[in-house]
Design a binder for this molecule. Structure first.
Ligand code: ATP
Ligand code: MG
Length: 431
């Protein structure tokens, strides 16, 4: 036998037993997004490297350490997308979706970052992202946060996530703050880690995300961005808080919340859980009014967020919701002779023709009645249809209620679809 090839570290298969939960989650998210009138956009997973360097920022963890970048056969530098915002802005600009109009968009798909794999942190992971364009008031900031709060209710996660909120001010506010921060950090430079020393020179605000304990100690007494907010930024933030207060959304203001990407300004927020250790942020976002212009478009206000699906799945697995099984009806045939098998397959086909929305699985691959009934049980089907010699001769099927509520009975094949429809619709059976 030749050597087996395994998947790449940090890039996981999602197996059938897990995909039911993914589908459950995705369908709930899609319903909530639709209820706010958001539309889907799908972007490629590969883009020009330049797009991410210019948007996320050269001196960030993502661009410095985490991107999957390679030269293609033409020698162009390409990158597997580490996040969706830059691609979304690129796509909207390229197709003229931003000029004189507002957009409320969402996307779902894989993202790639070369990080150290651990629970809740992978090299291929999935995000559901939302991006809105053309709206500059705190109303839309509030809307995207209310949308996420509704989502936690739909997923049964409300009690397990908390909201942290901050304002990063305007770019002028950040420039004034940057000066003050540089003065402070320079005075303590000898206590900073190497990365932070380098960042102090190139992108001092990024020192605020440092994980190093010594650097964090220095940061405790650093000036706060909040003290440098202009009136406009302050009013925007107060406007957002007034809406959230009125809507009863609880939050904590965290002046240290800065986010790891350079394009954010004014509102930033994170939804955090205490149930996943260090990988506690399940959803993160904010306002990025400067990004469209930075990528060559006209100045366009924008707000968005992204949530990590794997982290939400980990939370949901701890409180498993009731998941759909693959079948409502399972068809077995007792003898493996040709006529019975064909009848079984044809019967399943005709049920699919007539019973819209009802899932029919027909046993394939042989085996005795007992083994087949075990499969029927595992399929989650409410009814198993049994075709034996007697049934074939009499043109009937034996219908077995897998929950044992309705007594096993013979039903004429010609009347079967009506019988099943009546039982599924009557509410006696909830498929
Ligand atoms: P972290 O601080 O955990 O590294 P981040 O700030 O890098 O997160 P964002 O770029 O804001 O994350 O991405 C939004 C969300 O995507 C995160 O809150 C998280 O839920 C998820 N996410 C980010 N990186 C990963 C990863 N490597 N594996 C799984 N999920 C991730
Ligand atoms: Mg990260």
């Amino acid at each position: 036998m030749s050597k087996k090839i395994a998947s790449i570290r940090g890039m996981n298969d999602i197996l059938p037993e897990q995909s039911a939960l993914w589908q459950w989650l995705e369908s709930r998210v899609k319903n909530v997004l639709a209820s706010y009138g958001y539309q889907e956009i799908r972007m490629p997973v590969v883009e020009h490297t330049e797009l991410f360097k210019r948007s996320i920022g050269e001196v960030t963890d993502i661009v410095e350490k985490e991107m999957y970048t390679f030269d293609d056969r033409n020698g162009d530098s390409l990158t597997l997308r580490p996040e969706g915002t830059a691609s979304c802005v690129r796509a909207c600009e390229q197709h003229g979706l931003l000029f004189n109009q507002v957009q409320r968009l969402w996307y779902l798909g894989p993202m790639f970052r070369h990080e150290r794999p651990q629970a809740g942190r992978y090299r291929q992971f999935h995000q559901i992202g939302v991006e809105t364009f053309g709206m500059d008031g705190p109303d839309i900031d509030a809307e995207v946060i209310l949308l996420t709060a509704r989502l936690w209710r739909e997923l049964g996660l409300s009690g397990r996530v908390r909201l942290e909120l901050n304002s990063l001010g305007s770019s002028e506010d950040r420039a004034r703050y940057r000066d003050a921060l540089v003065v402070y950090l320079s005075a303590h430079e000898d206590r900073l880690d190497e990365d932070s020393k380098r960042r102090l020179a190139r992108n001092p605000l990024r020192v605020l995300d440092a994980k190093d304990a010594g650097t964090r100690e220095v940061l405790k007494d650093a000036p706060l961005l909040t003290e440098y907010l202009s009136d406009d930024a302050r009013e925007h933030f107060e406007g957002l808080r007034a809406i959230l207060d009125r809507a009863g959304v609880e939050y904590q203001i965290n002046p240290a919340l800065v986010r790891g990407l350079d394009y954010y300004g004014k509102t930033v927020f994170e939804w955090i859980t205490d149930d996943l250790g260090a990988q506690g942020t399940v959803c993160a976002g904010g306002r990025y009014d400067g990004l469209v212009e930075q990528l060559g478009g006209r100045s366009t206000p924008a707000v968005g967020f992204a949530m990590g699906i794997e982290r939400l799945i980990l939370l949901l697995e701890q409180q498993m919701p009731e998941l759909p099984t693959p079948a409502d009806i399972y068809v077995v045939s007792v003898a493996e002779n040709g006529a019975e098998k064909i009848t079984a397959l044809m019967l399943a086909e005709s049920l699919r023709d007539t019973l819209a929305g009802i899932r029919v699985q027909c046993h394939c691959g042989g085996g005795g009645l007992k083994a087949q009934m075990k499969k029927a049980d595992r399929s989650g089907a409410r009814f198993t249809l049994i075709l034996g010699e007697d049934e074939i001769a009499a043109k009937t099927v034996s219908v077995k209620d897998m929950r044992g509520i309705i007594e096993q009975q013979q039903v004429a094949q010609a009347a079967l679809a009506d019988w099943l429809a009546a039982h599924f619709v009557s509410g006696e059976v909830n498929g």
